[in-house]
Design a binder for this molecule. Sequence first.
Ligand SMILES: [Zn+2]
Length: 223
Amino acid sequence: MNAPRAIIVFGPPGSGKTTLAKYLADQFNLVHYDTGSRLEKRISEAGPLSSAELKKEKKLFLHGDILPARAVLKMVMNDLRRISRYGDGVVLSGSPRSEEEAGKLVPFLEKEFGRDRIVFIGLKVSPKVSIERNSKRLICSVCGASPIGLPKNSRICPICLGRLDKRGLDKPETIKIRLQEYKEKTKPIFHAYREEGLKFVDLDTTPPPYKIFQSALQKIRKA
Ligand SMILES: [Zn+2]
């Protein structure tokens, strides 16, 4: 295919969506749009004076539930329209997460970026590996990197030397809810698009990231 203009990376929590999305954005010169961190930013800005709607979103988000599709969709589509208006393509991680969201988002992407230039990337990883990765994951409090392969107990970011923290979303109870949500609500929605003949690439994300990167590039170029 020609270089993709919209890549949709999906997979259970801990499958490495964000890492792969950042890599692909860099390789194909696309904008990386992560719905989760965009929401997290929006929600962290919510305070006592925010709208009742935003306060409700905050509560659901912190509990690990999927937010109302309508609220997420409105935010995502506004952002994507802006990206497309600048002539840029996009790598999405974290959207769509529900059938309702997909039903509106996928046709929107086809219109904005062209049906032939969209590719779905489905990541697979066992629940055991997913929980293990999530509960160990550290995020840099300064640059937002999520480094792997660090010496044990290291709390210093190898990129900017900032402090590494655990995310609230990565508590084992929260991860279990998110895995279940993914299995029930997110995973099934992609079947229909595969049947419709949209381009799909499947990747097992158990191997080390550099191997996954290589195989993702090969498969996307052939898609
Ligand atoms: Zn850092």
